[in-house]
Design a protein around this ligand. Structure first.
Ligand code: GDP
Length: 591
């Protein structure tokens, strides 16, 4: 078939093995066979995702077929919209990022003149929120995202709402892994970068070295002819923070940040949780239009009427303009963090849209039970499936240690390597989920909790969190998980034996013989080893068994009957041969 005539197969989310085989003009068995070769045991009704279908077509070297994604989602567009003539200036949305302990929280605290460092659970900020402050009569919105995981989630949802990323680097510590991650994030999100070289009050602070470090990582300081503004600060003492704010405003002026206000309001869900007496409490960042109380809004499969709206300090607000973070109540169910929201005309539209979004999400997520990740994993099973990745969280250090030590004691007969990705004291956090994402890592919690938002995030990212109060139960679970990683082995089970007393008909590919069952039984579907004297001369498959020339389900021990055998090679079965019946299956090894 010529390229131009390529047949187009449209896939909406996923396609069943049956549908794909029909579309390809291929038998279901050969498709299942190919999947099996890749290590996937599939049934005719199994659903394959787009990439898996594409990989299989590639593996089978089928030409002249083109796969196309059929778009079924009715999700609100999460791209930044084209601005109209009427767009007005809006405050910049700034994220503070950087390596742990380099002073992000301190910087935000000092900027906001409020202390939250002491209040943080275990020193780790649990969720993203947003604040707004004023400098020289102009507003700046800060996203509080001490963990980068929140950003990963936002990025996943395609919404690039950060205009400026302030990368905090401690002058006494230099560029560290999360600094590099922050640089990559900012570049990926197309955000402007400003570097805050922090802790300049410290003795070991070395500003030139930090700048050189940053230059080596692709950020050229303005002083050295590059385009990155770097401001030496002390977040703790407050040195130079005015300068930093000025630089933020200057950058935002150059960027000419604008938004439309004469459109239905829209934005992003940046946090959501349930509160006693209030129901859903949702933090939103408005990106367009003006959000007002009384409006109907939809975010993914959740919708509601904005009942109350307050700013980040809890002060009531009747209307929120672009770049404003607000907390609203009124959603009937919790929207997901990272979802876009949009204002609609009335409750009926809201309900309908939420339903459509729910269905679209279901189509996109739930329908494929074989995904390309599975496939790729299977393909490379030999090299990486034998590592069991875990993150261990415990209530106290002692319990973490004992869980880790006990896990190490599980005898895996050298088949599995235990990889402890991370350990920690306290509840499961966003960072744990972030680390576990995509890496097939199980998070074990011993005597700790899982906050609702973390559980939701984990469910969305398909990360497994398991909590236990009894260590043996945790260990049993880990053992079961490890067993799942063990390779399959071929297991043959002997089920019976027959002595051949006569051979009635021989063809090239089949034989009908008669004989007596000595032990066990004979059934259609069994395999049999043909044994002559002491030698095994071949293998045959039992097609059917007969008793007094009638097909039966089984020949039992002691019975004499007929047997139709399928030969895979040209093999002659003779009188006095023995047929040793057996079954052959693939079975998981056990520990
Ligand atoms: P984060 O993990 O990046 O949010 O870092 P934190 O804001 O929690 O700061 C980590 C530690 O560094 C805390 O003990 C802060 O008091 C300290 N710190 C932050 N900024 C400064 C600074 O400018 N000077 C000094 N000396 N210490 C700072």
């Amino acid at each position: 078939m010529a390229e131009a005539e390529a047949k187009v197969i449209q896939i909406a989310g996923s396609i069943t093995v049956d549908e794909l085989s029909k579309a390809l003009g291929l038998s279901v068995t050969s498709l299942i066979g190919e999947l099996f070769k890749q290590g996937i045991v599939a049934t005719i009704n199994q659903r394959l995702d787009f990439d898996t279908a594409a990989l299989i077509i590639d593996e089978l070297n089928i030409k002249g077929v083109k796969l196309e994604k059929k778009n079924t989602t009715t999700q609100i567009s999460q791209q930044r919209r084209e601005l109209s003539e009427k767009a007005v200036a809006r405050p910049p949305v700034v994220a503070i990022m950087g390596h742990v302990d380099h002073g992000k929280t301190t910087l935000l605290d000092t900027l906001l003149h409020k202390k939250t460092v002491e209040g943080e659970a275990g020193g780790i900020t649990q969720h993203i929120s947003a604040y707004q402050l004023e400098h020289e009569g102009r507003k700046i919105t800060f996203l509080d995202t001490p963990g980068h995981e929140a950003f990963a989630a936002i990025r996943q949802h395609g919404a690039m709402l950060t205009d400026i990323v302030v990368i905090v680097v401690a002058a006494d510590d230099g560029v560290k892994p999360q600094t590099i991650e922050a640089i990559k994030f900012a570049q990926g999100a197309n955000a402007k970068i400003i570097v805050a070289i922090n802790k300049i009050d410290r003795e070991g602070a070395d500003i030139p070295r930090t700048m050189a470090d940053l230059a080596q990582n692709g950020l050229q300081p303005e002083e050295w002819g590059g385009d990155i503004t770097m401001v030496p600060i002390s977040a703790k003492r407050g040195d130079n923070l005015e300068k930093l704010l000025e630089m933020i405003l200057l950058t935002s002026d150059i960027e000419e940040l604008k938004a439309d206000v004469e459109i239905p309001s829209e934005g992003l869900v940046i946090e959501s949780h349930m509160e006693m007496g209030k129901g859903s409490v949702v933090n939103l960042l408005v990106t367009g239009g003006e959000l007002k109380t009384g409006e109907f809004i939809v975010a993914g499969s959740a919708y509601g009427k904005v009942r109350t709206m307050v700013d980040f300090k809890g002060r009531p607000k009747g209307k929120a303009t672009p770049s404003t973070p607000v907390t609203v109540t009124g959603f009937k169910e919790l929207p997901n963090f990272g979802d876009s929201f949009i204002e609609v005309a009335d409750e009926k539209t809201a309900r309908k849209m939420a339903l459509l979004n729910a269905q679209a999400a279901q189509d996109a997520n739930a329908s494929a039970n074989v995904t390309s990740t599975d496939l790729l994993r299977m393909m490379s099973r030999a090299d990486n499936a034998k590592v069991f990745n875990v993150i261990i969280k415990g209530d106290v250090l002692g319990s973490v240690t004992s869980v880790v030590d006990s896990l190490k004691l599980i005898d895996t007969k050298g088949e599995i390597t235990l990889n402890i990705v991370a350990t920690g004291v306290g509840d499961v956090t966003e960072n744990d989920v972030y680390m576990a994402e995509g890496g097939e890592t199980v998070i074990y919690g011993f005597n700790v909790g899982v906050p609702v938002n973390i559980a939701k995030m984990a469910a969305r990212d398909k990360v497994s969190i398991r909590t236990f109060k009894v260590i043996y139960e945790l260990l049993d679970d880990a053992k079961r998980e490890m067993e799942k990683l063990l390779p399959e082995e071929v297991v043959e089970t002997e089920v019976g034996e027959m002595k051949v007393l006569g051979v009635f008909r021989t063809e090239r590919t089949a034989i009908i013989a008669g004989g007596k069952i000595l032990t066990g039984n004979a059934k259609p579907g069994y395999l049999a080893k043909v044994v002559r004297g002491k030698d095994e001369i071949g293998e045959v498959e039992v097609e059917s068994v007969q008793l007094e020339k009638m097909d039966v389900k089984e020949l039992a021990a002691g019975e004499t009957g007929g047997i139709a055998l399928k030969l895979n090679k040209r093999l002659v079965v003779e009188i006095n041969d023995r047929l040793r019946f057996f079954t052959r299956e693939m079975k998981k090894k056990t520990l």
